[in-house]
Design a protein around this ligand. Sequence first.
Ligand code: SF4
Length: 467
Amino acid sequence: MKQNFDKLMLNELEGAQGKRLLLHSCCAPCSSHCLSELAGKIQTTVFYYNPNLDCREEYEKRKSEQQRFLRETGLAGFLDVDYCAEEYAAAVIGLENEREGGARCAVCFRLRLERTAREAKAGGYDYFATTLTVSPLKNAQLINEIGFAVAEKVGVKYLPSDFKKRGGYLHSVRLSEEYGLYRQDYCGCAFSKLAREGQKLSAFWEKLGLLPSVKTRAEEVWKGCGAELSALPLEAWRNLPYEEGAAALKGALGQDEDGMKLFAAQSLQALEAKREYAARGIPEDVFFATMAFLSRFANEAFERSGRPAWTWGWWFPRQLALREFRLGALEFELLEGENGEKGRISVHIPAGADLTEGAVDSSFAAARAFLQAHFPAYEGTPFVCSSWMLSPALQEILPETSHVRRFGARFEVVKWEEDSPAFRDWIFPEAKDASQEDLPETTSLQRAVKRYLLAGGKLGWAEGILK
Ligand code: SF4
């Protein structure tokens, strides 16, 4: 039968001043409301026992926040035990695939409550209780049933609760903000962390506009090897020199025929990069525009071949390392100078970019403002571009109104590789290896270039500096 545990707690606390309570706490944010609720009603000591946490780093982080909160508020004493992950691991054997809120969680609750009860008994406390009922995601009925069962087994009184009642959860959020407490976004164990990462990745892919078939494949890959991927030192590799980081990742991933394991791993790295964007004060819309590189090329591969594939992982370390940004129509890559020379900003033109006069002007203006705000060392460095669009031949064969021609004319060409065939990948992507006679003529650009090539002209590839 469902009971009102909040009411039971309030009844029990009447006249409990002077009694002692050992309160199990999972983290400072959850404890904040519970302790303020208990203040003045009972003498409380927080017991920090959480062997369920996925790693020592997380354990120590939550513990030190708990201690800081207690120091700053003086709401309770503090007691803890060493991080003992083996106790949790042994308790949940066989329950690894349970969903959050299922049988694994019941075992996890019991483990923590039973240890708290034993400590309470040994320490001569009158009651034991837990902060776990403040979470709207946790089953308070189940937690309280376990609490009463443990109390009977160990022989110490259990203080029932439903701390989320009477606005308790929202109050904990407010207090966490007020005290600047670290609020983790997963329950605690490696399974919950993995599930949370999976949810974040799905939302990220959705936001980037990944095609449904590609997204489904990416989610399948994540389900199959998410645990393996999140155990990798992805953050450290994100900050290595591009080739080194990409090689480390590829080596660790092993067999990856369609590249989608790499896609999932780099998506996870992108979420790590998001934290760095926030720390540097770079707006979120720049993050999503930049990371749309993932969906642009993955979607394009699917549209071309009908199968999900990721072949652009070799370039993506630039975006992951916060060296390349999409600002409006164009992408800008920050290149360091060599041998004491000044750096450069390499301009990249994404496929399908809006190359109208106004869009290009505002993209350069956005880049200048962005550099000034976030990378002042690059202020005033030259913009360079290496592209088929800068080929001097295009100034001859395209009409004056052509956006491509106008874009090319913004640069002073310093190098022209007339014989480079690389332009074919971009102008004739569906027939880049065809003979000149068989090149498609679908667009006006294709028709003009084909005519020019058949007449013996050379397009090539050129490099220039923004005038
Ligand atoms: S999801 Fe939370 S309550 Fe459930 S097993 Fe993991 S840490 Fe324990």
